[in-house]
Design a protein around this ligand. Sequence first.
Ligand code: PLP
Length: 492
Amino acid sequence: MTPPLIFELSRSGRCAATLPELDVPPAELPVELLRDDLPLPEVSELDLVRHYTRLSQLNYGIDIGYYPLGSCTMKYNPKINEEMARLPGFVHLHPYQEEETVQGALYLIYSLQTFLAEIGGFAGVSLQPAAGAHGELTGVLMMRAYHLQQGDTGRNVILVPDSAHGTNPATTSMSGMTVVEIPSDGRGNVDMAALQAACQEHGPRLVGMMLTNPNTLGLFDENVAAISELVHRHGGLMYGDGANMNALLGIARPGDLGFDVLHYNLHKTFGTPHGGGGPGSGPVGASARLVDFLPRPIVAVDEARSSDGEMFFAWRDPPQSIGRVKAFYGHFGVMVRAYTYIRMLGAPGLRRVAEHAVLNANYLLSQVRGVYPIPYDRVCMHEFVCEGQVADAPDVRALDISKRLIDYGFHPPTNYFPLIVHEALMIEPTETESKETLDAFAAALRQIAEEARSDPDLLLQAPRQAPLRRLDEVRAAKELRLRWEEQGQELL
Ligand SMILES: *Cc1c(COP(=O)(O)O)cnc(C)c1O
């Protein structure tokens, strides 16, 4: 039993730290910076440790339990990645250091660029973007720059399927382009007739298309080659949203499927914990046509400064670079984790990641079939989408099923996305979960469907077992209160 959470622990005069005796002359404090109205808590070391440990226990994370958050790829990330990222030689680097003094770090960046280029089938990679959405913005700006360089100034339309992640239309708008939405067909593929019509209508204004494959229904678009051919025929380029790369690793390469530029989510596919707002990384890979437009700088071998046995690595600006998209060089700690992850697995291991991700998703799909409706029911890739609805339980919605899952000790799946599925529950088992865990999760989903019919209040009132009852997430996000206030106490 966790004791009740008491927030106000401060007692005047208590202190968690003891400062050593002063061994330098005392200096005056800059009084103008001191505030009297800042009542900092006064607590003992034990109070402090218990407070934060208790808070950490209220959190749900991948190290506690299963996290089927579709599209987010919340898989287990090996701890060795963390150890490598914390090596003092990496941690204490400074971005202004001379190239001669950071050859190890540059070698790591160069190697990761090379690995990602090979994995994706691209001519080059820049590791600058800070996240997936940032990679998307970068890619769209590169496509635009390519057209401008061709003297093609009238292009401003980007085609985006209606199954796309919200960041796709958002980044398109941010880059100043116009979004044209393309519907999906009955099998969950891009509707080819609609795509044809859009290409006809917007042909000379087409920058290109943003496609996620496998898409957010967890389905591999069966017409990807024809889509790419069609868009290219109308002068457009193909942007690939590579957030779902764990379904393809070592099996298919986006560059071979016709994509000109693609972002990877290192924090989804390549071993960095995410979901808590920590740094991410969204490197961008580019085909031969776009490689010169990559954001600068990238790392290259400096032949002139290399000797027989030793390569010298240096920062390089791609000749037509769209410029910097980030201060310095991107999130280096995330790169160390991705490098470690790839080296640990090797090529056969990366392929096994994809095989297990797809196998796990299809196994779980087979366990859910017949319990919840599956609108696009065919062999899935790394995730699938069902409807959070139960026959004979009209009041129960996807949200209630998700909240009830919390009582069973599971993190809910992604809710209400993709938008084209009614009451969507988007489930991604990931490659790292065992059959026992997937069976337990499927059993909970079946049990919840039973409860929905027999005692729907169990769902409508859920969660009952969590530290907090049902929250208004939308209000919590809009009226963000990050500081404890007296009147907030009744929340606990
Ligand atoms: C997560 C995700 C993104 C955005 O990536 P961020 O790193 O969160 O910005 C884009 N597309 C898809 C399909 C995703 O799952």
